[in-house]
Ligand binder design. Structure first.
Ligand code: IMP
Length: 186
């Protein structure tokens, strides 16, 4: 099977995907084309347009993954704006906003958009429910990993090895759904 291209410049994200793909015998490669992000509050729309734009430039089948952290007491904020909010206020900013709030429920969602060679888009989603910790803990992973504790665990994602995060995460769930479909389709 030829390589599967992934449009991302995020090495942490790519390494998570690479580790899962290897278990399915699928080789993935980073594709150096721009990830165009439309402004939308729907991850599905953002991932679809980004995959289509990248496929039109690269003329190759590829995937784009778009994800976000949705905090219940903030009506789903930062959601599709997670990357921007992370860069602007980071983990400390989110902890500050949540100070004094007892409801710390949150979920991560991942959408994987596959663009075929004839520009058809297929979507795969994964969600992991959990809560925002009181303090940042751990140094693995990326983004909001140090403050997210998945249900059924006491560790934040940043306190887990890659394997454990992949088993539980939104991205792991979405990517396994994609890979099951992909290896049965090609
Ligand atoms: P994007 O999917 O590249 O647009 O970025 C999504 C943003 O959501 C990242 O920059 C992180 O801030 C956050 N995010 C998404 N998935 C994860 C994750 O698995 N761990 C921690 N933060 C995440």
């Amino acid at each position: 099977m030829s390589a599967l291209y992934v449009v991302t410049s995020n090495y942490s994200k790519f390494n998570e995907l690479k580790s899962i793909a290897s278990k399915y015998g699928v080789n993935i490669e980073m594709l150096d084309v721009p990830k165009f992000e439309i402004q939308h509050d729907d991850l599905e729309a953002i991932a679809s347009y980004a995959a289509l734009a990248a496929a039109l430039i690269a003329r190759k089948p590829l995937i784009v993954e778009d994800s976000g952290l949705f905090i219940e007491s903030l009506n789903g904020f930062p959601g599709a704006l997670s990357s921007y909010v992370y860069k602007k206020i980071g983990i400390a900013g989110i902890l500050k906003v949540l100070e004094g709030l007892s409801n710390r429920r949150a979920y991560f969602k991942s959408v994987i958009a596959y663009a075929s060679i004839d520009y058809n888009i297929k979507l795969f989603t994964g969600v992991v429910y959990g809560r925002i910790s009181e303090k940042a803990r751990g140094s693995n992973g990326f983004g909001f990993d140090p403050i997210f504790i998945p249900d059924g665990d006491t560790r934040t994602f940043a306190e887990m090895e890659l394997e454990d995060k992949n088993r539980l995460s939104h991205r792991g769930a979405a990517f396994r759904k994609f890979l099951e479909w992909f290896i049965n389709s090609f």
